[in-house]
Design a protein around this ligand. Structure first.
Ligand code: PLP
Length: 391
């Protein structure tokens, strides 16, 4: 049987995730420390778990409405308003299977074959493959350390051509930790309008900014009408395994997306929606105590990690959000791939080469700091030894 004849050409051409390759190697090693996984080391708070368990025990095991459970959507609307000044009505919201489904849903709803999709590079691994699966053409927009990996109006203007219809706005950014403040977002708006772009704003790390609050692009004048806002529970609420997030967009776009969602997903998992509802109600009633606690912890780990990386002689930009450091390793190795592979073999520490996130991070590696200080200390001590041994 020649399977190549059956597999979709675009899917066949997409390389597997550069992150997976390292996880597979780590899982075969005793005593390895992984700074590779982009997920909180906290367990989902008990109250949210309990809400899901209770709903299952009470027999709530069927589908919800396609769009999501009505009471959860009401809470999402309040949360969007309270935290980010966003004004999305209930019929402008869909509960998704994580922000992951949101990215795919937004792209499949908006992209027609051949449409150009601008993707800041480096960025989260799933954007570029999903653009291609949706039939679009990736138009990378390079960001670099000289602008702290922020998307600039000049770079956007230069990269946008006539085919471009969509801009993915990935801030706070994975893998760089870059954030865009209000004035930086405002500076992008005239360029977005000049090229008549629709924005897909992935705000999954919106709660995890250090020092300044996240600003949602859809809260700026004239931007809600041309923005899909994606968010979710995975990162800030420590709920990765529940697979739950949300998609908000102006009603005509949301109505179109709902068709894709209902024919592919039906609805997000019911028990996870119960846990998510408990998370938002608890958040509102406690002024987001749990979220604040985890954010403060990540902040401590962020400062610790940057200090350790700087101490070993690597150039490391201070991340403003998410939970990743993105040090430049060119003083040690020719590429992030070589560094990551040799570090893993010599010292059993897993980091992710910057190349996994696009061409803009070839001499960088991503180190996740969503681990305990003890484990970060052990990992960075081994990394320092690796650097000293390779001088
Ligand atoms: C930038 C970004 N967007 C989306 C996701 C996917 O999140 P979810 O677990 O909500 O699907 C991730 C996960 O690492 C991410 O880093």
């Amino acid at each position: 049987m020649n399977y190549d004849d059956f597999i979709n050409r675009t899917v066949a051409d997409i390389p597997p995730s550069g992150i997976r390759k390292f996880f597979d190697l780590v899982s075969t090693m005793d005593d390895a420390i992984s700074l590779g996984v982009g997920e909180p080391d906290f367990v989902t708070p008990w109250l949210y778990r309990d809400a899901a368990v209770k709903s299952v025990i009470s027999g709530r095991t069927g589908y919800t409405a396609n769009r999501g459970d009505a009471k959860l959507i009401v809470e999402i609307a309040k949360y969007n308003r309270d935290r980010f000044g966003l004004d999305y009505a209930e019929n402008e919201t869909i509960v998704t299977v994580g922000a992951s489904e949101g990215i795919d849903l937004a792209l499949r709803t908006l992209v027609s074959p051949g449409d150009g999709v601008l993707v800041p590079d480096p960025s989260y691994v799933s954007y570029m493959p999903n653009v291609r699966i949706a039939g679009g053409v990736v138009k990378p927009v390079r960001t670099d350390i000289s602008h702290k990996f922020k998307l600039t109006p000049e770079a956007l203007d230069e990269a946008a051509d006539k085919t471009c219809k969509i801009l993915i706005l990935p801030y706070p950014n994975n893998p760089t930790g870059a954030v865009l403040d209000k004035s930086e977002l405002e500076a992008l708006v005239p360029v977005i309008k000049k090229h008549d772009l629709f924005v897909i704003s992935d705000e999954i790390y919106a709660e995890l900014t250090y020092g300044a609050r996240h600003v949602s692009v859809a809260s700026l004048d004239g931007m809600k009408e041309r923005t899909v806002t994606l968010n979710g529970f995975s990162k800030a609420f420590a709920m990765t395994g529940w697979r739950i997030g949300w998609f908000c967009a102006p009603k005509p776009v949301c109505d179109a997306a709902l068709k894709v969602h209902q024919y592919t997903i039906m609805c997000a998992p019911t028990a996870s929606q119960e846990a998510a509802y408990a998370a938002l109600v608890d958040g509102r009633e406690t002024e987001y105590e749990q979220v604040e606690y985890m954010r403060d912890e990540y902040d401590r780990r962020r400062r610790f990690s940057v200090a350790m990386l700087t101490d070993m002689g690597l150039d490391c930009f201070m991340p403003g959000g998410a939970f990743y450091c993105f040090p430049d390793i060119k003083k040690v190795c020719g590429s992030g791939d070589e560094f990551a592979e040799r570090l893993l073999l010599a010292q059993k520490v897993a980091v992710v080469p910057g190349s996994a996130f696009g061409g803009g991070g070839m001499t960088n590696v991503r180190c996740t700091y969503a681990s305990s200080i003890k484990s970060l200390d052990a990992a960075f001590t081994r990394m320092k030894k690796f650097i000293e041994d390779n001088k």
